[in-house]
Design a protein around this ligand. Structure first.
Ligand code: TRP
Length: 361
């Protein structure tokens, strides 16, 4: 059997360069590698609603933004099936059966859920749907028989929980579900890109993100006002590279070829870093270099977005087609699951025959 990818994003905002280096760029590479039999990318609107129940409009509006970001980053609907989670009712049915295989205390131990509860100040008022979303995520993954789940590091606990559910299901009901593997970005700097202000999380409310859809001017402005080493006041002062957002971004985006094009006086990033640490290299020069690199990477994405924006109905039609295709696969898995659990009564001739014989004597 061939390898199958499933991954996705919550549509709560436009995608930023953290999403891009953490997952999206890799998905496009995986798509173009030709190594995968099927690729499913899901817009997880139902999951987004688990903590936005009072603001469905936000989720509704952002579906198109995420779809546009996908297409402009290079996902190709001829190869990759893009779809909307809430339009596949089979997912909810599967989740209901998986719920019986997971304990409340196991959900409480999920580190991602724990920190999200803290971040959202849910305390004792945690919505049940939110609390159980790791189970629904296990459904997303298993419904499409995914072998490979390319995600950021924060999703590791979800994958662990999914693997436990698969193991449990298969040992109770017989080998049915496919065991998935997580696929993290190879470059460590891409695991978690900090905000332009150096804060660990990029978030819209902190206003510290560079979006894929930002104009060239916006990107430049954001880069030129990025935080650096606060003690690097004069050019000749020694600067700190570790934890310096500008260098963290260079770690994620810079390739050796960029030096030839934009900064030929250095051979590579190590040399640039050494000069900064030694003193004598100003922030502005490094920021300008980062800007050139980012513009080079983002320009084709912006161009494709402009094209796609001209045909919004076409984007919805693409999602609809993808959703129909994805739904057929989820329905197949649901049938497998019901067969394994022996709750496919009407198709179970053996059960009906046996009971008929039992009652006829
Ligand atoms: N939890 C993911 C996020 O917050 C989105 C998501 C939902 C997902 N279902 C998934 C990711 C299944 C990978 C696989 O971005």
């Amino acid at each position: 059997m061939g390898k199958v990818i499933l991954t996705g994003d919550r549509p709560t905002g436009r995608l930023h360069i953290g999403h891009y280096v953490g997952s999206l760029r890799g998905r496009v590479e995986l798509q173009n590698s030709g190594e995968y039999e099927k690729i499913f990318i899901m817009i997880a609107d139902a999951q987004a609603l688990t903590d936005n129940a009072d603001n469905p409009e936000k989720v509704r509006r952002n579906i198109i933004e995420v779809a546009l970001d996908y297409l402009s980053a290079g996902l190709d609907p001829k190869v990759t099936t893009m779809f909307i989670q809430s339009q596949i009712p089979e997912l909810y049915e599967l989740t209901a059966y998986y719920m019986n295989l997971v304990t409340v205390s196991r959900l409480q131990r999920n580190p991602t859920v724990k920190s999200e509860i803290q971040m959202r100040n849910f305390e004792t008022s945690i919505p049940v749907g939110f609390f159980t979303y790791p189970i629904s995520q296990a459904t997303d993954i298993t419904a499409f028989k995914a072998t490979t789940v390319p995600v950021g590091e924060d999703q590791m606990p979800m994958l662990e929980q999914t693997r436990e559910i698969v193991h449990k299901f298969n040992s109770v009901y017989g080998e049915t579900l496919v065991m998935p593997e997580i696929l993290l970005p190879g470059n460590k700097a891409c695991l978690r890109l900090c905000g332009t202000d150096g804060k660990a999380k990029m978030s819209k409310s902190l206003n510290n993100c560079i979006y894929l859809s930002d104009s060239a001017d916006e990107v430049k402005k954001k880069i030129m006002s990025m935080f650096t080493d606060p003690n690097h006041l004069r050019v000749e002062d020694p600067g700190q590279v570790e934890g310096n957002p500008v260098f963290l971004y260079l770690d994620a985006f810079c390739k050796e070829e960029h030096f030839g094009r934009y900064l030929p006086e250095y051979a590579d990033l190590d040399e640039l870093k050494a000069h900064y640490s030694r003193g004598g290299l100003g922030d502005v020069k490094v920021k300008k270099f980062l800007n050139q690199i980012l513009q080079e990477e983002l320009e084709p994405i912006r161009k494709r977005r402009k094209e796609c924006e001209k045909d919004i109905p076409g984007v919805y039609a693409m999602l609809k087609e993808g959703t129909e295709k994805a739904r057929a696969v989820a329905a197949e898995t649901l049938a497998d699951v019901k067969r394994a659990m022996k709750i496919d009564y009407f198709e179970d001739a053996e059960l009906i025959g046996e009971q008929a014989r039992q009652y006829s004597c």
